[in-house]
Design a protein around this ligand. Structure first.
Ligand code: PBG
Ligand code: ZN
Length: 327
């Protein structure tokens, strides 16, 4: 038998590690954080075990802990006290995200802050834009608001803006708005292939952002489509995106692979709330072993993603720290 024997290179951990094709690293992770008004608040999100809503003072402490654990980048979601039809809280100077960014920049300036840019957490109807009388999101009016939000997040000190609204032409519009305000160096990470997905349920609970009527299918992508994702990513690149994103992750690994094969561009994947909670609950119930987390995240790397936004980041950082101490 002189044929290749796959088992030769699987014999022990040393050789398996030497020939491993992908790996996970804390520098690949972006950790999502939810911020609410108030003080001294750290309340667990009922639909997402071990994830919390933090007041500004508490989110600052959390960022210090994260950075010290090796998680160097976060993405912020704001949950305002008051919502209205135009989502004014999203671009208010003392809006919840703006306050959080300023406080974190002051106390933990080392950490990289990405601001999620969308209107659904701030509108009373829960849609990602401005509505006409029939309840349809008006694309080009919404762009004006997205521009305002981007500039206000930039002014607060965000290191990167991540538009998640799926309006047409938003990357170009936001790029222009940022450039005009003097932020030509501020990168944009575009939620390019963002699908209208059932996997966002726990997030919408966490952020209180479920649409009060209808769904998001007139702006987020139809999950039956794949070629269209390539068009969306291409458009965002041409409009000036610095990083393109695929969201969700697990049911969309083929889309990540298409992104990787089509574009020499940094790719980010959002391992969303529904994916998190399904796995978390399955581990909790003893159905699967907790190593399923690493296996799952590696699938995104194998598919071609560089960055992963994941609620598992902190848990893994803690686990890896413990493993290293054990050596
Ligand atoms: C806002 C937004 C959503 C998520 C990230 N940004 C929800 C949505 O589009 O309804 C989902 C993230 C998650 O499920 O973890 N547009
Ligand atoms: Zn939205």
């Amino acid at each position: 038998m002189d044929f290749r024997r796959g088992r030769r290179l699987r014999k022990n951990k040393l050789i398996r590690d030497m020939v491993s094709e992908t790996s996970l690293s804390l520098s690949d992770f972006i950790y999502p954080l939810f911020v609410v008004e108030g003080e001294n608040i750290k309340e667990e999100i009922s639909s997402m075990k071990d994830q919390y809503r933090f007041s500004v003072d508490e989110v600052v402490k959390e960022c210090r802990e994260l950075y010290d654990l090796g998680i160097k980048s976060i993405i912020l979601f704001g949950i305002p006290d008051k919502k209205d039809a135009h989502g004014t809280g999203a671009y208010a100077e003392d809006g919840i995200v703006q306050k959080a960014i300023r406080a974190i920049k002051k106390e933990v300036p080392e950490i990289y802050i990405i601001a999620d840019l969308c209107m659904c957490e701030y509108t009373d109807h829960g849609h990602c834009g401005i509505l006409d009388d029939c309840g349809h999101v008006i694309n080009d009016v919404t762009l004006e608001y997205l521009g305002l939000i981007a500039v206000s997040q930039a002014k607060a000190g965000a290191d990167m803006i991540a538009p998640s609204d799926m309006m047409d032409g938003r990357i170009e519009f936001i790029r222009d708005a940022l450039d005009l305000a003097g932020y030509e160096d501020l990168p944009i990470m575009a939620y390019s292939a963002k699908y209208a997905s059932n996997y966002y349920g726990p997030f919408r609970d966490a952020a209180d952002s479920a649409p009060s009527f209808g769904d998001r299918k007139s702006y987020q992508m139809d999950y039956r489509n794949s070629d269209e994702a390539v068009l969306e990513m291409e458009a965002d690149i041409l409009e000036g995106a610095d990083i393109i994103m695929v969201k969700p992750a697990l049911a969309y690994l083929d889309i990540i692979r298409r992104a990787k094969d089509n574009f020499d561009y940094p790719i980010c994947t959002y391992n969303v709330s529904g994916e998190y909670s399904m796995i978390k609950n399955a581990i909790e119930e003893g159905l699967v072993n907790e190593s399923i987390i690493e296996e799952t995240l590696i699938s995104m790397k194998r598919a071609g993603s560089k960055l992963i936004i994941t609620y598992f980041a902190k848990e893994l950082a803690l686990k890896w720290k413990e493993e290293n101490n054990g050596i």
